[in-house]
Write a protein that binds this ligand. Structure first.
Ligand code: ARG
Length: 469
């Protein structure tokens, strides 16, 4: 070894061999990822242990070396989780920080761990393992939010409110129907994640740098050790692929967008203008200047964070755009948006579950809001259709009825039978059944409709699926 070679070794770089000069400090600072990828440490170690067991089974290392590697990695994991490990930026990333610590600890056997492996397939493995756990956490949190909505739907079953289109009062609905709409949305989010997980849950290790390896490895063994149902099919695709992360970011964005719609309704509904909902004091904040204020900052922040999560998705999409095969260092930029989106969505889901448990609806106010706005107008049209009037014609008749009410500043229900009959001789006494808000709601018995019998069925289904007894 020449003297300069010795110097390089002392800088600790695991790839230092072909370099005559030490890396510039600015380059180390610019290229490091350890400041954020350290959080992959458990998964990196899990992957390395499985790799070591495979190397021993294949005779690429002996059993003593395998055991030393596994024991060393266990110690390192302990040190990191207890905060006793010093991460070094000059070692770039989590993979090299751990490998260097292992070699310092156990000597020559540590240097054999990277046999038949590259950081390119190693990082792909780590992210897949990490995301697999995150998918389980997301599924749990989504379920908690679904349960929150379902409980509110049960408590308030029977309460009516205006249903809106264009944020204009449209037709009366049950509050529980509105709440169960969110259970559906978050149910689809869970399905999407479960589907994305199929593509995350494929074992990439053994693709090596990009072309596979000539060493006699056993990829299926590693997959089995780590609980993957399959191994990836093409080593070049594997080291270049981040589709699975893009997909999960899309799922995360959709969740946050769903949350933002709920948040917007909470903001509106807690305003004096609506006054439909009271958010518990513990979940509101005050104003530093206006003593009377009680602000819905939690839903506002949930709504605001939708921009940030969408930004993370776009960030990774743009990172991958135009990248030639296979691995390029650009791909290191996958982690921060992924981690930030996961943290943001998990925190938002978790606080949403709390918010739901600490909010009360003013069902009297909601009911009062169903008067005014002629919300049962469609019901009169449907009434006439049932008596054989073509719908377009019925629409016109009801339009005239509404105009009369507007002129006299009264509600549809305040019209007398003889007044109504002037518009059509098909109108009889039973018209008043459909003019009431409850009558209107309960007439909508179509599958997925807002009639109480349908909503009660939907509620039971949700409770059953979510294991609420
Ligand atoms: N820190 C790198 C990343 O996150 C690990 C892979 C590095 N591979 C390489 N050939 N430099 O992408």
């Amino acid at each position: 070894m020449t003297e300069s070679n010795n110097q390089k070794q002392s800088s600790g770089k695991l790839w230092g061999g072909r370099f005559a000069e030490q890396t510039a400090a600015s380059v180390e600072a610019f290229t490091e990822s350890i400041s954020y990828d350290w959080r992959l440490y458990r998964h990196d170690i899990m992957g390395s242990k499985a790799h070591a067991r495979m190397l021993a089974k294949q005779g690429l290392i002996d059993d003593k070396e395998r055991d030393a590697i596994i024991a060393g990695l266990t110690e390192i994991e302990q040190e990191i989780s207890e905060g006793r490990f010093t991460f070094r930026a000059e070692l770039e990333d989590i993979h090299m920080n751990i490998e260097k610590a292992l070699t310092d600890k156990i000597g020559a056997a540590g240097e054999k761990l990277h046999t038949a492996r590259s950081r390119n397939d190693q990082v792909a493995l780590d992210i897949r393992l990490y995301l697999r756990d995150e998918c389980a956490a997301l599924n749990h949190l989504l379920t908690e939010v679904q349960k929150g909505f379902t409980r509110l739907a049960r408590t308030n079953l029977g309460a009516v409110m205006p249903g809106y289109t264009h944020l204009q009062r449209a037709q009366p609905v049950l509050l529980s129907h509105h709440l169960l709409a969110y259970v559906e949305m978050f149910g689809r989010d869970r399905e999407r994640i479960a589907d994305g997980l199929k593509r995350i849950n494929i074992m990439p290790l053994g693709s090596a740098a990009l072309a596979g390896t000539g060493l006699p490895i056993d990829r299926e063994f590693v997959a089995e050790e780590l609980g993957f149902p399959a191994v990836t099919a093409n080593s070049m695709d594997t080291t270049a692929d981040r589709d699975f992360a893009m997909e999960l970011l899309f799922c995360l964005t959709t969740i946050q967008l769903h949350l933002s719609r709920m948040a917007e309704e909470f903001v509106l509904w807690s305003s004096k203008e609506f006054d439909f909902i009271k958010i518990g004091d513990k979940y509101c904040t005050g104003s530093s200047i206006m003593p009377q204020k009680k602000n819905p900052d939690i839903p506002e922040l949930i709504r605001g964070k939708a921009g940030r999560v969408t930004g993370s998705l776009v960030s990774l999409l743009m990172t991958v755009k135009g990248l030639p095969l296979t691995y390029n260092r650009d791909l290191q930029e996958d982690k921060e948006p992924l981690f930030d989106a996961l943290d943001t969505v998990k925190a938002s889901l978790s606080i949403t579950a709390e918010l739901l448990a600490n909010s009360d609806f003013d069902t009297e106010r909601m009911k009062a809001a169903t008067y005014g706005g002629f919300m049962t107008a469609t019901d009169i049209a449907d009434y006439l259709v049932k008596k054989n009037m073509p719908f377009r014609q019925a629409h016109g008749v009801v339009g005239h009825i509404v105009a009369l009410c507007q002129e006299r500043d009264i509600e549809l229900i305040e019209l007398r039978l003889d007044e109504l009959q002037q518009f059509s001789d098909l109108i009889e006494e039973d018209i008043f059944n459909v003019l009431s808000v409850e009558g209107s709601v309960n007439s909508r018995v179509s599958i997925g409709g807002t009639a109480e019998i349908r909503v009660a069925e939907a509620l039971e289904r949700a409770e059953q699926q979510l294991g609420i007894v």
